[in-house]
Design a protein around this ligand. Structure first.
Ligand SMILES: *Cc1c(COP(=O)(O)O)cnc(C)c1O
Length: 288
């Protein structure tokens, strides 16, 4: 299809169904015994919440998760099942970061944000590290971008191991704040983008992630929601695997020719697979 060799890193098969387990685990593993006894808090649109909840349970530390009321049901249920305490908020009117900081201070919890944290970024980078160790040299590495935690870790690993490898980010068309930020040389803030890629509905990059992306990411491109749905269909029908819309960003850019890849060895991070079947089928077979 692409006249390239594609190597997929299937993080939809990762524990909790997305790469976020890597960063959450690494961040909590660095806690002091004092931090571990008080617990961890985070705010998240879903996958990071589950990752923190499971990592906290494995490392026997309490977890509080601030989640949007309209997060996918499967993500709310999974987070609760991992034993975390959930605090709900309205993502269109309330500021999750402010809520998180207030609770953290009141209860002495350590806040681990979804992307803008060095230990989180480093953990996410192990996805690229493993892919390169397994697949060998790559000419291009393609990674989806929300707040930039995954791509900044992956770019750090890739550029260290393969200095000539190009690292390309992919955002949803409606939420291209990082593309604009890199072009303008400052962190651009946008309204909550309307896209089916709920893992990439971030409004701005982080201080840490922006600095790393600016230094190491070669370009950021965008894809449409329709292209994401086509890619979900491809994964289901041809590759027999369920990928959530955000998880399709990198593959969609490659398969729709947004990134030229002919004759190249290309790493594609498939970032996650958490989508309930009802939403999955509604996206593939929209009601007339
Ligand atoms: C969080 C998430 C992203 C975006 O990752 P960032 O580190 O915020 O750039 C992409 N895909 C999935 C499945 C996610 O859960």
């Amino acid at each position: 299809m692409t006249r390239a060799q594609l190597f997929f890193k299937a993080e939809n098969f990762q524990r909790v169904g997305a790469f976020k387990f890597r960063g959450a685990c690494n961040a909590i593993a660095q806690f002091t015994p004092e931090q571990r006894s008080r617990g961890v808090i985070t705010f998240s649109s879903g996958n990071h919440a589950q990752a923190i909840a499971l990592s906290a349970r494995l490392m026997e530390t309490p977890a509080v998760i601030v989640m949007p009321k309209d997060a996918p049901a499967i993500k709310l249920a999974a987070t609760r099942d991992y034993g975390a305490e959930i605090v709900l908020y309205d993502r269109y009117t309330e500021d999750r970061e402010a809520i998180g900081r207030k609770l953290a201070e009141a209860r002495g919890l350590t806040l681990i944000p979804p992307y803008d944290h060095p230990h989180v970024m480093a953990g996410q980078g192990t996805a690229a590290l493993e892919l390169i160790r397994e697949a060998g040299p790559l000419d291009v590495l393609v990674v989806c971008v929300g707040g930039g935690g995954l791509i900044s870790g992956c770019a750090t690993a890739a550029k260290h191991l393969l200095p000539k490898c190009r690292v390309i980010g992919v955002e949803p068309e409606a939420g291209n704040d990082v593309q604009r930020s890199l072009r303008e040389g400052r962190i651009v803030h946008i309204d909550v983008p309307q896209t089916i890629a709920d893992g990439a509905q971030t409004q701005h990059a982080g201080e840490h992630t922006f600095a790393v992306m600016r230094a190491l990411v070669d370009d950021v491109v965008t894809v449409s929601d329709a292209q994401l749905v086509e890619t979900m269909r491809f994964f289901a029908e041809r590759m027999k695997t369920v990928v959530e819309p955000t998880g399709c960003l990198a593959a969609a850019a490659v398969m729709h020719g947004v990134i030229p890849v002919a004759a190249k060895r290309v790493g594609v991070i498939v970032s996650g697979g958490n989508i309930d079947l009802q939403r999955f089928s509604a996206l593939l077979f929209p009601p007339a």
